[in-house]
Design a protein around this ligand. Structure first.
Ligand code: CP3
Length: 342
């Protein structure tokens, strides 16, 4: 029996959509906080294969989600390419910055990334053994533009100003960085598939700040390159692309990149996404994560609305972005119950 997530990714319309949740392993769960404390800190948790597998499994045990997503971070690839990376509690990630071609040239060769990333592949091998047979194992990476925004600014920023500035003032250095991340991402994701990932998701969290030709050049094109390379090495591999807050650029994104499914954020309505995006293939999303904090009848209504809007096409139920640390775990169960009640 093919797993439900894989069936949806093949275009099948299921009676109830399969479910998983972005950041399903995270600080809103007491068992996650306990394991993270045991590991020491977030990065130690990512590189401790046994404990990373444990936190990946926690939301599967608690909720029976249809997919498990590898526990890791999109910023491990820059670290493997030679960037310094650290997390300051309450402030998010910090990295050394890349400001010119010399910075790009100083990065490690792509072939060296596995020296750092081997524990991540080991996490996948453990998960492949330990996951229930009906649960799909998802591997992931950041898309080149989103990863570049962190490598250039050295941190997250609301407008990605530093990355836009490098793109507009030193196009050669910027393009070289995008190309290096693209090559590294192909090797990283290919190794994840070899280690047991059944589906790959590409997170372009900051795609929304790319407009016009920039969106084509730096969101669509690198995604298309990565997807083509992965599919030629791993025929039939399903891939989910998430160009977050792409708006009208969601339309045609699957066809332009070769993705099997487009993940939709909650800045667009599910009715709009059903009409304009799901009409050409599988979609994932797009419940607002705030309902996991507020709960109640609004949560029930919003869940039903997403299920209804997408019920005539292939759909994987998910949030529009990651669940937040202040979410109530009971609200997640309530959402799942509403989805599965049909
Ligand atoms: O979804 C999952 O459960 C799998 C694990 C996962 C994490 N990060 C764990 C994490 C995944 C898929 C990511 C992706 C990621 N990481 C993205 C793309 C998706 C998105 O959210 O837009 C981005 C932009 C990052 C970079 C990153 N990592 C930031 C900006 C932060 C700080 C913000 C925060 O929530 O604290 C992180 C840290 C991080 N990554 C945490 C987790 C569980 C929290 C760290 C902790 O436990 O203290």
């Amino acid at each position: 029996m093919t797993k439900t997530i894989l069936r949806a990714l093949q275009g099948e319309v299921l009676p109830t959509p399969p479910i998983w949740m972005m950041r399903q392993a995270g600080r809103y769960l007491p068992e996650y906080r306990a394991t993270r404390a045991q590991a020491g800190d977030f990065l130690k948790l990512c590189y401790n294969s046994e404990l990373a597998a444990e936190v990946t499994l926690q939301p599967i045990r608690r909720y029976g989600f249809d997919a498990a997503i590898l526990f890791a971070d999109i910023l491990l690839l820059p670290q493997a390419l030679g960037a310094d990376l650290w997390f300051t509690t309450g402030e998010g990630p910090r990295l050394s910055t890349i400001t010119d071609m010399a910075g790009v040239t100083a990065l490690k060769p792509v072939d060296d990334i596995h020296d750092t990333l081997n524990p991540i592949y080991e996490t996948l091998r453990i998960l492949k053994r330990e996951l229930p047979s009906e649960t799909t194992l998802i591997g992931f990476a950041g898309a080149p533009w989103t990863v570049a925004t962190y490598m250039i600014a050295g941190k997250g920023s609301p407008d990605q100003a530093a990355a836009h500035a490098l793109k507009n003032t030193d196009r050669a250095a910027f393009q070289a960085l995008i190309d290096r991340i693209t090559e590294g991402t192909i090797e990283y994701l290919s190794a994840q598939v070899d280690a047991g990932a059944e589906v790959i998701k590409l997170f372009d969290s900051w795609a929304g700040s790319l407009k016009g030709q920039d969106f084509t050049d730096f969101a669509t094109k690198p995604a298309a390159q990565i997807i083509a390379a992965l599919k030629s090495r791993h025929p039939g591999l399903p891939i989910i692309a998430f160009p977050r807050e792409a708006g009208d650029n969601y339309i045609g994104f699957a066809a332009a990149t070769g993705a099997d499914c487009v993940a939709i954020d909650n800045s667009v309505t599910p009715e709009w996404a059903a009409e304009h995006v799901q009409s050409t293939g599988c979609v994932q999303g797009n419940m607002a994560p705030t309902h996991m904090v507020t709960g109640g009848a609004d949560l029930d209504a919003a869940t039903r609305r997403v299920v209804q809007a997408f019920k005539h096409g292939p759909h994987i139920f998910n949030l529009g972005h990651g669940i937040t640390p202040d979410a109530n775990p009971d609200n997640v169960q309530r959402m799942i119950d509403v989805v599965r009640a049909g």
